[in-house]
Design a protein around this ligand. Sequence first.
Ligand code: SF4
Ligand code: SF4
Length: 438
Amino acid sequence: MSEKYTQMYKELGMDIEKHNELLNALMQIYPEFFLKQDNRPKEMEYFDYVMSEIHGKRIEEILKKKKQGKPLVGTFCIFVPEEIVVGADGACYGLCGGADFSIPDAERDLPRNICPLIKSAYGFKVQRTCPYTQSSDFIYGETSCEAKKKTWELLNELHPTHVMHIPQMKREKEKELWKSEVYDFKKHIEKVIDRELTFEELKKGIEIINKKREAMQRLDRLRGMYPDVVPISGKDGLLINQISFYDDPERFTKKVHELCDELEERIKDKKSVVSKETPRIMVIGTPMAPPNWKLHHIVETTGGVIINEEACIGHRYYKDNIDVENAKTIDDLMDRMLERYMKIDCACFTPNDERIEKIIQMYKERKADGIIYYSLSFCHTYNVESKKVIDRLQAENIPVLKIESDYSMEDVGQIKTRVEAFLESVSFRKQANSFKGI
Ligand code: SF4
Ligand code: SF4
């Protein structure tokens, strides 16, 4: 793929040699992790294609928009309101890094003991190996955690980076602050298009993203709500969640629905990717940015299956929609949007108890058999919050395992051993419950 797009990469100022190394590394693991899975839904072909062109065709598409004066915005957090960018007919995409590849270059500027997601993303800019970063008019960072907000100061020296202040509590005064941040964001986008967004444009942006979230909610239900059938692997589910941050939202929505139609047929025919006895695991915690497929691969090659992700690359991203009914003015739309964003239950909030209630509810609805609490190394918010979450899960008699890891492969053996032991005990309990008829 790389040769085909060499001219485009040159124009984006990329380090072509290094970028080739990155793509080669990815192309080695992708077939192993994804294409070799048994009994995959046919409609996954589209998502494999998107991955194969993620640094190719999709970049051509967004650059076409740029030539027409439409905004291209890179983000690191689901708090940045993509509806506004999409309303301006631009493209908004996630720049969170999930690869070890760029970390050594980041560590020349950043301390080693901060979360790998930040180092990976920053390292891509240092290396000039991410065509999304290179294409962006600007990057939008936020103040959700200490390491992020200080990194944006350094990133701004390499690429125009704006910072949005994310509230850390949900009182009225924080909501007011958040409102002014979102209005400022809108102004920034309007600067690129050189005019104000109309009511119709903003409404359309919201509706496009609402539809995308509805498709993802449908997929989420099909993945986890049928105790006897799991119609798609957790790895494929995660992959789709990751692609949702890059692909054209309308095309993505259509393709997710096509996949869901196939999954519904599979459920009817009881065509599962695993046997009925396989432990059904929920993963909760920090986001897994591509190509961070490590935990899912370990679980699903060790006898378990993952049925959803309570994370920002997952359920937290698509769980709530924006109600546009009866909205008559731009301010009405903005208010509805603000309401929706304040429902995000990120660990950056204190307190964040609604997250715990939601996890328990999801666990029960999905008849899951166990939970893995996943935290990236040095993510203080999710790591500290894990104590409260795990205590409560244990009080509810829910089996839970905590895994803290980064992107290196050094701890794979150790994680595998812990996952194996966890799945064994969960399996035993599942069997005992089925004898008792629970
Ligand atoms: S975990 Fe928090 S900071 Fe990270 S993307 Fe989600 S909302 Fe943003
Ligand atoms: S995973 Fe945690 S430490 Fe890393 S960027 Fe997100 S909130 Fe910050």
